[in-house]
Design a protein around this ligand. Structure first.
Ligand SMILES: [Fe+2]
Length: 211
């Protein structure tokens, strides 16, 4: 059914997801290879990281508990940070944050290597403003990122949507990344990493920016 001609529809309380792709940039092949090698090398050597993963039942390897300031450990992460800074500042503009002339600052950046069958259940990133992930290796059937409508708890008697329905009417929305994709969202937005259904590891670098 069409909307009556005299009516207007106003989208309010919009949740914005930022997506960018570095794969078209000059030198990308060498860059992604170096970052892939570096992530795997860190995973091989980081005993404290593996202890943390075991204690926290992480399905694979993350440097979150051992090295969450990667830019100090390898120059390739400083190169990545430069790219991320520009994208975060662009996103902050889109979101119309009033930062009083200051800029959001990288607080943590860490490696995730998700094993086949691994997943990361729903969570938010407290104490941060913008969070996101840069994707390094995404084999076929590796996990998408799943976002949850932040109003979910308030829906109560709202009927389900028709099939198909508009993407901005999703309650759970999926973004499937590829190597070189940057995804970012406001840190309060609940998200989860669905199960890695490929036979290979999925490698990513996640980050938090704060104020
Ligand atoms: Fe997350």
């Amino acid at each position: 059914m069409k909307t009556p001609a005299a009516a207007t529809i106003t989208p309010l309380f919009v949740t914005e997801i930022y997506r960018a792709d570095l794969s078209g940039e000059a030198g990308f092949e060498a860059f992604i290879e170096e970052i892939d090698d570096t992530c795997r090398a860190f995973a091989d050597d980081d005993d404290a990281g593996h202890d943390w993963c075991e204690k926290n039942a992480y399905p694979g390897y993350t440097s979150y508990g051992s090295m969450s300031n990667l830019t100090q450990y390898a120059p390739v992460f400083a190169v990545l940070k430069k790219q991320l800074d520009a994208h975060v500042h662009a996103f902050a503009e889109v979101l119309e944050y009033d930062l009083g002339g200051k800029k959001l600052k990288l607080d943590n950046i860490w490696i995730n290597i998700l094993e086949p069958g691994g997943f990361h259940s729903g969570h938010i990133h407290p104490h941060s403003v913008i969070s996101g992930t840069f994707y390094v290796a995404v084999p076929d059937k590796a996990s998408a990122l799943k976002f949850e409508d932040p109003r979910l708890m308030g829906f109560m008697n709202a009927p389900p949507r028709k099939t198909p329905h508009r993407r901005d009417h999703e309650i759970f929305a999926y973004e499937a990344p590829a190597a070189g994709t940057i995804l970012m969202w406001e840190s309060w937005l609940r998200h989860e990493v669905t199960m890695n259904q490929s036979d290979d590891v999925r490698i990513s670098v996640s980050f938090n920016y704060g104020f």
